[in-house]
Design a protein around this ligand. Structure first.
Ligand code: NGQ
Ligand code: ZN
Length: 459
């Protein structure tokens, strides 16, 4: 087995910040040893400060290509629901080649910003009109191709979508590309399982879209099918994002959506609740106690006018969180973490609201949360630079003006809270260098394909 060694000026390890860190990577891309405070002459030196790559747990890749195109006022008051109509119109003509080109460009941008893995919550399954492709998993497989090309780790989360509202309501015609029953859906899951099994850069889970899009019978059947294929795979679901969604749920069954989910399913540490913006205090404490992760997408939640997650209560109850860039109106862990904290500052009129306690760094606290929560809900060996994990490493340029003269946690705070110049210089995924000197290794090719797709879609 060939072992490569990378030597960083400093690195954030599970034990904290260390200097002169040498990380050995085996030929499968896993970390085989970590040593600090010794200069290893045989190691390749990488200048800067190394961090575990950040997991991006919630992505709808197709939405990247319409970022910024829903910012013009409609005839009436705009909302999440009017945005959704614009988005549905945009995806109507998207082909497998288009999705692959858009996803590859998106994943390049993720890597350059410091995300090294993605959870792809993919619901655009069929062709226009809802006709399945010859390979029913075609579209999700294309996101895997895109991830492989860009070199990002990916957990496929094919979406189960069958209804248009609570209680098994009819879907609307613009949702026809998303729809499957249990059997055809499980075929998609099984194709993805076949493709990803044994590939350490791939993971697999499922994403029932929301309680609006499935019934408990259907989801129960699908979870049983998933469990027959693979053990304890992640389950991601959108929940309680909009006030109207909570009101509709109460009107239909008398319960709030998070209460309903927790009563119906055995929600535990394989679950990831996306958004969970609108929870009662009891719901907030119950989710925290369940061991599930809440997948927060602060930039998208702001863009769509969702509301603000009750983070202080949830984190005080030991709740677990992760971040995602969701609709990709922004692709950056910096912006997600900054907005997560700033939302809280704006409502509490305090500072350092989410810091772990007296004297704790806010940036470090948030990063620790989303590294471990992200690793948990993507179901892969990531999130910490330790033996046996993937060698997914983000290197900050300590000569950048925003970071110059900083060390330790001050580097993280300055990265997150001091400006908008990119500070990521080098990125490794499974030990392979995919970003060098701020440029992605396939940046030009992938951008050319993306431009061709945008030209075609805007014809
Ligand atoms: C989605 N996105 O499926 O892309 C959803 C909107 C819905 C976000 N919730 C559509 N951010 O929830 O019905
Ligand atoms: Zn979403």
């Amino acid at each position: 087995m060939t072992i490569r060694k990378l030597h960083f000026d400093s690195a954030l390890l599970p034990s904290g910040w260390q200097n002169d860190v040498t990380i050995a990577v085996d030929d499968g891309g896993n970390i085989s040893s970590v040593d600090s405070e010794i200069a290893d002459a045989g190691a390749h030196h990488v200048a800067g400060a190394a961090l575990p790559g950040v997991p991006n747990v919630h992505s709808h890749a197709h939405q990247r290509a319409m970022a910024g195109l829903a910012e013009r006022a409609g005839p009436d008051r705009d909302s999440f629901w009017t945005w959704r109509e614009v988005m549905y119109g945009f995806l109507a003509r998207m082909t497998p080649d288009d999705l692959q080109a858009i996803a590859a460009q998106l994943y390049v941008e993720m890597l350059k910003s410091g995300f090294t893995s993605v959870g792809e919550f993919q619901y655009l399954h069929h062709g226009p009109g809802g006709t399945p492709y010859g390979e029913t998993a075609e579209m999700s497989l294309r996101t895997l191709d895109a991830a492989d090309h860009a070199g990002i780790g990916i957990t496929s989360l094919p979406t189960l979508y069958a209804y248009g509202g609570f209680g098994g309501a009819e879907p609307n015609p613009r949702q026809e590309r998303f729809l499957n029953g249990a059997d055809r859906y499980l075929d998609i899951v099984s194709s993805l399982h076949k493709r990803s099994q044994g590939n350490p850069n791939h993971g697999l889970g499922i994403s029932p879209h929301s309680l609006r899009a499935v019934t408990s019978e259907l989801l129960g059947e699908v979870i049983a099918g998933l469990d027959a294929l693979t053990e304890n795979a992640p389950i991601h679901i959108h929940i309680a994002e909009q006030v109207r969604e909570v009101e509709d749920c109460i009107e239909w069954c008398g319960k709030r959506p998070v209460d309903l989910l927790m009563e119906t399913f055995d929600v535990g540490d394989r679950w990831c609740l996306i958004h969970a913006t609108h929870m009662s205090d009891d719901e907030t404490r119950a989710v925290a106690a369940s061991g599930a992760v809440v997948g927060l997408c602060p930039a998208t939640e702001a863009n769509l006018g969702d509301g603000i997650f009750p983070a202080p209560l949830y984190l005080a109850a030991q709740g677990r969180i992760a971040i995602g860039s969701d609709s990709h109106i922004s692709v950056s862990p910096v912006e997600e973490l900054r907005l997560l904290e700033y939302g809280q500052r704006l409502i509490t009129r305090e500072r350092n609201v989410l810091a772990a306690g007296a004297h704790a760094s806010t940036g470090r606290t948030l990063l620790n949360h989303v590294l471990s929560g992200g690793a948990q809900c993507l179901g892969r060996a990531i999130g910490a630079l330790s033996v046996g994990n993937r060698a997914d490493i983000v290197v900050l340029d300590t000569d950048a003006p925003a970071l110059y003269g900083r060390e330790g946690d001050a580097l993280i705070d300055s990265w997150i809270f001091s400006g908008n110049q990119p500070c990521v210089s080098n990125v490794f995924v499974g030990g392979v260098q995919v970003v060098a000197g701020g440029r992605h290794i396939h940046e030009d090719d992938i951008l050319a394909d993306y431009r061709a797709t945008i030209d075609r879609l805007s014809e």
